[in-house]
Design a protein around this ligand. Structure first.
Ligand code: ZN
Length: 507
């Protein structure tokens, strides 16, 4: 066997371990009784250290050195594979195995505690776990290394190439565009009707309709499934098994509807990865110990946002699909038309809950979280002061104060899952989504007409060709530039927001 062959075989086995970790994670968040949390944490910690040992062990190291000598510079795919493994091995060499194992175990236990704390709206239950999580993430940042800010080291896990100082520039540009728009919307006398969204929508009918739309987008249910969880997510165990979850509110139709379309966007990305990348370094996030096909969290989020908002929340979409929704809920939506529904699901209303936020206020939720976690990491904010700091930011940015911790500081799973540095990628994703959609509209003849007819194949084909099939072959900036000819740029996103909401609110 060639050195390259030996290397890829070892990587395939590590990928199998990562996929097994993902299955245990999916189970913990959808099926497992609360009592299983502690032993599940141990199981995941064991598998994580096994993956870690294999990544940093001599057999892989020897095969890597030989493969680096064997692969020629012209063989770009193999070169990228070898480079990916080299980057992972070098980074892993800097992270103590005990830290990796402790983080992995803590993640699962603290997610269980977070769920219970949220149920009781009691932050004090979760606080000691969050304190430990912050401390471990600080250690992680030091181990990974950085030149400017410890946050840069954590960002590297989710958005390679992004830094705290880049983010500040991006956030500044966004605020300059979004805040005046929000002010104009608030001053507008337009008040869309939305009373019908809170009528009684039986869960089973919601689920059936959501699956109908998901399949229309191209989500392949022979390689996927939909379950229920406290916080919706997508997870894949290779492109052949890509699962999503949602949550239902009988009295608020948009929750499961747009939540599902969002996760379907993530799932289309994973199902669209080229088959030949299965079990390779180009579908493995070795640093995070995840099996994942996307180039970065931001790139992944660009796809969930594209399908959820640019497609699923468009006037075009509801002109095509509203009659189907009305057919599913004839009593609930009998007195509503497509235009009224479109306006209702795009109503701008500053709220406390990030995942329910409209497109205009969404990034304000993200920016305040990023600022808070930066402060936690620096040590300028104590965990015990977090609920108060959280509430103060909500008052400042959105003019709202959470009535309790469940709708406030405990609403997101991210900190309990140890995902420090991941929040900003939602905003990066929103920005990229507009760039990708703009490029697809320019490059695919007849795309607008196809979307009007409910034909999503041409859009999905372009996205697959330019984004999905490549897995993690390219860095996010490279992928974006190849597909759109541009670097990360907020202008198309701000144009989209101004045109859409200018029209909706008569600005
Ligand atoms: Zn998402």
């Amino acid at each position: 066997m060639s050195a390259y062959g030996s290397l890829t075989e070892q990587v395939a086995q590590i990928s199998d371990i990562l996929n097994a970790i993902s299955i245990l994670t999916w189970d913990a968040r959808t099926q497992m009784p609360p009592g299983g949390a502690e032993t599940r944490g141990q199981q995941i910690a064991t598998l994580s250290s096994l993956a870690h040992e294999r990544l940093t062990g001599d057999p892989l190291s020897d095969a890597l050195v030989s493969a680096e000598g064997e692969v020629s510079a012209e063989d770009t795919v193999r070169l990228r594979v070898v480079q990916s493994v080299r980057e992972a091995v070098d980074l892993f060499g800097r992270i103590p195995p005990t830290l990796t194992a402790e983080l992995a175990g803590l993640k699962t236990v603290s997610q269980g505690v977070w769920q219970e704390a949220r149920r009781q709206a009691d932050f004090s239950l979760f606080a000691p776990y969050l304190e430990r999580m912050v401390a471990l993430n600080r250690q992680l940042a030091e181990a990974i290394g950085y030149t400017e800010h410890p946050y840069d080291a954590l960002l590297l896990q989710y958005e390679p190439g992004m830094t705290a100082s880049n983010l500040q520039g991006l956030f500044g540009d966004l605020k300059a565009g979004v805040l005046p728009l929000l002010e104009a919307v608030r001053a507008s006398s337009t008040e869309p009707r939305w009373d019908f969204l809170t009528r009684d929508f039986p869960e089973e009918k919601q689920r059936a309709f959501n699956l109908h739309l998901a399949e229309g987008f191209g989500y392949d249910l022979s390689r996927g499934r939909l379950d229920t969880s406290a916080h919706p997510f997508e997870i894949s165990f290779t492109r052949q098994d890509v699962r999503i979850t949602t949550r239902y509110d009988r009295r608020y139709l948009p929750m499961s509807l747009f939540g599902t379309l969002h996760e379907v966007g993530h799932a289309l990305y994973e199902q669209g990865v080229a088959p030949e990348l299965t079990r390779t370094a180009l579908t493995s996030d070795f640093l995070g110990l995840y099996a994942v096909g996307g180039a970065s969290y931001g790139t992944h989020e660009s796809q969930s946002r594209l399908w959820e908002n640019l497609v699923g929340r468009s006037r075009t979409f509801w002109r095509r699909h509203f009659s189907e929704l009305q057919g599913t809920f004839p009593e609930q939506l009998g007195d509503v038309d497509a235009e009224t529904f479109y306006r209702a699901v795009n109503r701008v209303s500053p709220s406390l809950i990030r995942v329910e936020a409209d497109e205009v206020t969404y990034n304000l939720h993200i920016m305040l979280r990023a600022e808070l976690e930066l402060a936690l990491l620096e040590g300028t904010l104590k965990v015990s002061d977090l609920p108060e700091a959280w509430n103060a930011k909500y008052e400042e940015y959105l003019g709202l104060t959470p009535p309790d911790a469940a709708t406030g500081v405990l609403q997101d799973i991210h900190w309990s899952a140890g995902l420090f540095g991941s929040f900003p990628t939602y905003t990066v994703g929103n920005v990229m989504a507009s760039q990708f959609f703009g490029a697809a509209t320019l490059q695919v003849p007849g795309l607008t007409g196809a979307l009007a007819e409910g034909d999503y194949a041409p859009l999905r084909a372009w996205l697959t060709e330019h984004i999905y099939r490549h897995g993690r072959t390219y860095l996010p900036q490279e992928l974006l530039e190849h597909a759109t000819g541009e670097k990360l740029n907020v202008a198309p996103y701000l144009t989209y927001l101004n045109e859409k909401y200018g029209d909706l609110y008569g600005l």
